[in-house]
Design a protein around this ligand. Structure first.
Ligand SMILES: Cc1cc2nc3c(=O)[nH]c(=O)nc-3n(C[C@H](O)[C@H](O)[C@H](O)COP(=O)(O)OP(=O)(O)OC[C@H]3O[C@@H](n4cnc5c(N)ncnc54)[C@H](O)[C@@H]3O)c2cc1C
Length: 401
């Protein structure tokens, strides 16, 4: 495996860097720096700039707008995005439902949905988890029964509840796992439906997380009529789509580039303006050791990710190894926010995110928001399949235990 970047890749990196410097919206950057809540329009403003450039959906097939970048180029792209502290394109459309649509969907479904996802026109949410079905997803109960509509067309009548649905408050569409055959074995009776979030019978209720943010929701479906042509793949075979989507979900979750940027920021916080670190937190051997251990683990994770990329270059899709990236990546993100909070000390309070620091927070700017980030990042070892479940996958599929 050759880990050095080729001359072509270095030129590509410069192109990406130049593009980000010239095109990232200044108003968006200001909002991020002020820790202000981002609106749907904020996310889409950047997405649409990328779409215009043809860079909103790099991994897609070229005919639908993919860039045909090599895995290394995709890696460079995510690294530069993180260095520039640019928002990533939200995953629910581009990296989650779209691969299911272009892999399992009909030509009509591809033509209907892919352009709106690619161009940042329609916002998607993921309706998998339910109050009684998270890790054990196949026990989901949301029911979809076939009915004949007054217009003579066939519909599914959907009833049930989804939970933890990220950013559903903005969603135009959702992809849902529903039970279409209650008599079959759990995984055999599930179908994959695309549901218009404006359909009568859908209601979205906020769940406020530890740091006071509104990212997740409960979604209630009460006699929601969904046209049968909105089902992807065969009836009762939605589990095949669900599994393929989960692999894509996990592969992007390591967040190496963002953690590298976070580590740099931590060093800046823990160091004074002086040339040596004397008298600063970074001179403290215990703190220094923790930072060094984190950096070693992050470097090891980076090389694991590069190895996975090399595998992808050789034509291997994301496999169960992505579970390793998920566990290590999220543990590192959590340790990083712990150390950053330690570095901020008492300036870490008030911890509320989304309160602009021009509204009276005390202490250095870089300390503001770190407690909010600490609380927020507790989620990472739970979502995308909890880390305990990832360990089970590694034990079974990778180690063969
Ligand atoms: C911030 C956030 C955003 C989310 N966004 C979405 C979303 O957009 N759409 C969506 O569908 N879902 C979403 N989820 C849901 C997420 O996928 C589930 O929370 C996750 O799968 C865990 O399920 P659960 O919460 O029901 O916990 P449970 O499955 O009840 O697990 C509880 C605890 O038991 C452990 N456990 C369970 N089973 C086992 C086992 N077999 N072996 C060992 N340990 C086990 C778990 O690891 C966990 O620690 C989100 C979750 C969070 C926190």
């Amino acid at each position: 495996m050759d880990l050095d970047f080729s001359a072509e890749d270095k030129v590509f990196r410069e192109e990406v860097r130049g593009f980000l410097t010239q095109n990232y919206p200044a108003e968006l950057r200001a909002k991020q720096q002020n820790e202000e809540a981002l609106t749907k329009e904020d996310y889409f403003s950047w997405h649409r700039i990328l779409a215009k450039k043809g860079w909103a959906a790099p991994a897609w097939p070229v005919e639908w707008g993919g860039t045909a970048w090599s895995p290394t180029q995709k890696y460079i792209w995510s690294e530069e995005l993180a260095k520039a502290e640019a928002l990533p394109v939200l995953p629910f459309g581009v990296t989650m439902v779209a691969p299911v649509i272009y892999t399992f969907g009909t030509e009509e479904q591809k033509a209907r949905f892919l352009p709106g996802i690619r161009d940042g026109i329609e916002w998607w949410c993921q309706g998998y988890s339910e109050p009684g079905a998270g890790s054990d997803l196949a026990s989901l109960k949301t029911k979809a029964e076939r009915i004949q509509g007054d217009d003579g067309k066939e519909y599914y009548l959907v009833n049930g509840q989804k939970t933890w649905t990220t950013l559903a408050q903005h969603a135009d569409w959702g992809f849902f796992l529903v039970r279409t055959d209650p008599t079959a074995k759990p995984q055999a009776g599930i179908s994959f439906l695309l549901i218009d979030m404006k359909s009568p019978g859908i209601s979205v209720r906020p769940i406020i997380t530890l740091e006071g943010g509104h990212e997740v929701n409960d979604v209630f479906l009460d006699n929601v009529k969904v046209p049968v042509e909105n089902r992807i793949f065969h009836e009762n075979q939605g589990w095949t789509c669900a599994k393929s989507l989960l692999l894509h979900e996990r592969s992007g979750i390591a967040g190496v580039a963002r953690s590298k940027r976070g580590l740099e920021r931590l060093r800046q916080m823990a160091r004074s303006e002086l040339a040596d670190d004397a008298g600063t937190l970074l001179a403290d051997p215990f703190f220094k050791r923790k930072v060094a251990e984190l950096e070693i683990d992050l470097t090891a994770l980076e090389y694991t990710e590069l190895r996975t990329l090399a595998g992808e270059s050789a034509g291997k899709g994301p496999g169960p190894e992505s579970s390793i990236l998920k566990i290590k990546g999220t543990e590192i993100q959590q340790r990083l926010t712990e150390l950053t909070l330690e570095a901020a000390g008492h300036y870490g309070a008030p911890y509320l995110r989304n309160v602009p620091h021009n509204l009276g927070a005390v202490g250095p700017d870089d300390a503001h928001g770190v407690a909010g980030a600490y609380f927020n990042v507790r989620k990472t070892s739970i979502y995308g399949g909890s880390n305990e479940i990832q360990r089970n996958i590694i034990a079974k599929v990778v180690l063969g235990i």
